[in-house]
Design a protein around this ligand. Sequence first.
Ligand code: IPE
Ligand code: IPE
Ligand code: MG
Length: 243
Amino acid sequence: MLFQKKPKNLTIPKHLAIILDGNGRWAKRRGMPRTFGHQVGIENIRSIAIECSKLGIKALSVYAFSTENWARPQAEVDYLMTMPAQFEKQFKDDFEKYDIRVVFSGRKTKMSAENKEILERITSNTANRSGLILNICFDYGSYYEITEAVKSISEAAMNHEIEVSDITPEVISSYLFTANLPPLDLFIRTSGEIRLSNYLLWQAAYSELYFTKVPWPAFDKKQLLLALEEFTNRDRRYGGLKG
Ligand code: IPE
Ligand code: IPE
Ligand code: MG
């Protein structure tokens, strides 16, 4: 834990998820194309992952491209599909230094073969690291994730690998992309929208939700600490009574 420097009295979530929203609007306000916002947004994933690593957060999930985002204009989709190559360039030295492992959650069937290869390469190149897990959700959607889990569990039941009566919430969790990540403690959405947009719906069942008007490209360490302060002050009761 060489790099850990947790500010005093702050409760650190084990698993933080962020809907990194507002790239386009942030760029437009600056008279720039939406893609510029995405570029700065991608760089910010790197910066915030490093901050999370320093704070001792175990897992950071980020929503980089949703199963619904294919509905955007083709030119914007084309730019967003350059994200894997940009990740590969960005996640070099610092990520090695901070021992950050990168994993990807999402559908692998619609993206180009080249992107699939890049994602696999990043995953395998960082697989032996033991620091922060950066889970990049790319062509991710909860409906897709849960539907795939239902299909796999049904197949296992048909093959008598599992009894229907043995299907529990824990079993379902083990079929999701997040199976190896800690439970989701804190869920942040930037840029003012108050909705979940098909992100981590199962995992967020008991997460603390935090919405900020700050757009993703402007969400910095100070903003992260504000969210963690609020998280620290939340009373998590899980249906019980105040402890
Ligand atoms: C979030 O920013 C990034 C992605 C969805 C890929 P947006 O592109 O949604 O930006 P706004 O919300 O239109 O400003
Ligand atoms: C959610 O943002 C998806 C990602 C951040 C990748 P959107 O901008 O696509 O969500 P909506 O359309 O406002 O719900
Ligand atoms: Mg948006």
